[in-house]
Design a protein around this ligand. Structure first.
Ligand code: MN
Length: 238
């Protein structure tokens, strides 16, 4: 038996894994797709409109994953670090150009997630027509709670999604407010990517995004899922 590291100069970290409720096995993460502007009230607070023609996306590297309960350093390069509470869809099967009515077959389960954002860098890039990577794709920016299998979760429906920072509720909406449904997102993405097991979709955030500072404790919740929790630590010294 050969090891994959035999002829490599150095070893890379294994893919991040996410706990699964009711299963001793963990879910390995391949890719992280994120949906932009998928709640009308959030698009409005960002001074833009929802595109009703098609959803749009950005990606985060899998290495950005942080488990719920972590303390992360306040990230470098920003003075406006924001929370975005989101429903995360975890895929468990391949999907290539699937119609909406078969898209849910590829869904393994759901989790609470935080799309942590360097808002000043994102808005600067947006204003210049540049990609959002500096604002969105960086270490510790994709926080995720344990995944609940689809069958145990049931119908998405109009469950509540909300987020508090300390004792203050900042975000509160219903999953039925999603502009593009989970099935529509999986179907649409599957026309552009060969989706497969390990792919996560962060489905977008409702209104109420805002800044956090060192010492803040964030708790995001969706009915029927374990909450996602995050503590903001001091900036890492250089
Ligand atoms: Mn987001």
């Amino acid at each position: 038996m050969t090891s994959d590291t035999d002829d490599l100069l150095f070893a890379l970290p294994a893919p991040p894994r996410v706990a699964v409720v009711g299963d001793t096995r963990r879910y390995p993460v391949a890719r992280i797709f994120c949906v932009g502007r998928n709640y009308a009230d959030h698009a409005a607070e960002m001074g833009v409109e929802v595109d009703r023609q098609a959803p749009f996306y950005f990606l985060k590297q899998a290495g950005a994953i942080v488990p719920s309960g972590a303390t992360i350093p306040y990230p470098p390069g920003t003075r406006d670090f924001h929370h975005e509470m989101e429903l995360v869809v975890a895929l468990g099967a391949s999907a290539h150009a699937v119609p909406v009515d078969r898209a849910m077959d590829a869904v393994f389960g759901y989790a609470c997630g935080l799309d942590m954002t360097r808002r000043d860098l994102q808005l600067d890039a947006r204003a210049k027509g540049r990609p959002w990577d500096l604002g969105k794709d960086f270490e510790d920016s994709a926080v995720i709670a344990p995944i609940v299998p689809k069958a145990d979760f049931g119908v998405i429906g109009d469950r509540r999604i909300d987020l508090t920072v300390g004792a203050v509720r900042r975000q509160s909406a219903k999953l039925s407010d999603l502009v593009w449904s989970v099935a529509e997102l999986v179907s649409h993405l599957s026309r552009y990517y060969h989706l497969g097991p390990g792919d996560l979709i962060f489905t977008g955030t409702p209104a109420g995004v805002g800044p956090v500072v060192p010492g803040d404790r964030i708790v995001g919740a969706i009915d029927g899922l374990p909450p996602v929790e995050l503590v903001i630590g001091a900036p890492q010294s250089a």
